[in-house]
Ligand binder design. Sequence first.
Ligand code: XLS
Ligand code: NI
Ligand code: NI
Length: 438
Amino acid sequence: MSELFPNIKKIKYEGPKSKSKMAFRYYNPDEVVLGKKMSEYMKFAISYWHTLSASGADMFGVGTADKTFGTTEDMQLAYKKVDACFEMMDKLSIDYFCFHDRDIAPEGDTLEESNKNLDEISDYIVKKQKESGKKCLWGTANCFSNPRYMHGAGTAPNLDVFVFAAGQIKKNIDISLKLGARGLVFWGGREGYETLLNTEMGFELDNLAMLLHMAVDYAHSKGYDGDFYIEPKPKEPTKHQYDFDCATVIAFLKKYELDKDFKLNVEANHATLAGHTFQHELRVARENGFFGSIDANQGDMLLGWDTDQFPTNLYDAALCMYEVIKAGGFVNGGLNFDAKTRRSSFELDDLFYAYIAGMDAFAQGLKAAIAITDDGRIEDFVAERYSSWNGELGTKIRAGKASLPELSALALAMGDVETNISGRQEYLENILNQILFS
Ligand code: XLS
Ligand code: NI
Ligand code: NI
């Protein structure tokens, strides 16, 4: 079969000194790190939508990148995209891909037609998977692009829309399972509101939860034992997305008794849109037992929207991988590059530069995260900072065996707090710099 990226050879690891244009300098798929090959630890994934479909269109202009791969007929193009995806995975040593139903096969005039397109293309994907050993990290249903979803899908005021979304989600579960996905993602899409003047918030959230329960029940009935993820995002496309951030989603999952089934897919750019750091969202997910998977990208701090840039910020990559390590690594999840090249980076080669940049950044991040732990100064400092809790009294309070009157008596005897120690933020930031850049 002729190549769709004939200019690109398989990208090799050449080490940090390499000046080659197309080479990994830090990502070495076969290098063993934390008892696993780096490729198995990171579980990088290609995002089908940005990589194979997005052409760089924005509200001021049409696309700049040609992703027609020599054809404009819908189904033929769908086949070409599969070929392009598998060629990229091979050339970049990426083992996984993530997809929306409408990324892999065109939507037909009816649900039945759309489903037929999905059946046909997924047969082809399965064949390519068998040949290559490449896997699907997660699948999701696009219940936001079609105009029918203008008011939302699971939260739509119109029952017919809810029913249609349920049908689409059922099919997506079938296809995801057929492709061996170990994750089913639910990103809110248009589940949110523009104005409360026309919105029954509680009613909409009840319905959304019901839809998720049905999805879980259906997937389980088909023998699925992988993960379900909600992907939080605070705004865009709606003014207020219901799945605002990790904390909001965890409260929602607990209220509707979905917390045993769902974990979180944390996206860096969504974290910053919510006014949090990426690490904050990962920490919230981890501390609450909801750490699942990651959409690895980055936003622009000067812009207020989801720019979905390839992640190259080493601090963020390091602190992200630190949280991943502390969470015990990925089980069913992985690092999906939910990222697109800039509109002016329009050549197909740019896709490869972008993935290499992201993968190298995360490889450096992984090494840096390990170095933070090995170095020990930061973790020792944190342990020392809380050491006053190590004695009998601290243990008693944390075990829930102390009372306010008892502590009041101790406080009165104390008179006032005598000592406090510095948080030493600048000292710790300097250590982080030293670890990252030496
Ligand atoms: C959009 C989301 C989306 C999800 C999958 O902002 O990041 O791409 O990852 O539906
Ligand atoms: Ni995402
Ligand atoms: Ni996003």
